[in-house]
Design a protein around this ligand. Structure first.
Ligand SMILES: [Zn+2]
Length: 101
């Protein structure tokens, strides 16, 4: 079971309190009245299938009811960080790589 940090509640909670809503940072077309069908299709349907580090939108549905982003590794399921909407994930330093340099 994952323990997920909610940046709104400022504490870790069990995975069962949350719902993943898919890929994060999906930008809505700037001019929806004049964009192509392909641009709409990309916005609505098409998502990355990332192997490795991936940013996801999560909802604390059984808690505060707010949305936030999670940076998670899709291979190991390890969550690197949770962060508020409208912000970017912070770079994570790999201690092993830093030590070898
Ligand atoms: Zn919360």
């Amino acid at each position: 079971m994952l323990h997920i940090y909610c940046p709104h509640c400022c504490e870790y909670r069990e995975e069962e309190e949350f719902h993943c809503k898919g890929q994060a940072h999906i930008a809505r077309p700037l001019d929806p009245d004049n964009c192509s069908e392909q641009e709409w299709a990309n916005f609505i349907f098409f998502r990355k299938n990332t192997k490795g580090q991936h940013q996801e939108l999560w909802h604390h549905s059984a808690g505060c009811g707010k949305f936030f982003n999670v940076s998670r590794n899709t291979i190991t399921y390890k969550i690197e960080q949770s962060y508020l909407l409208g912000t970017a994930p912070q770079p994570v330093l790999d201690v092993n790589k830093e030590g070898k340099a």
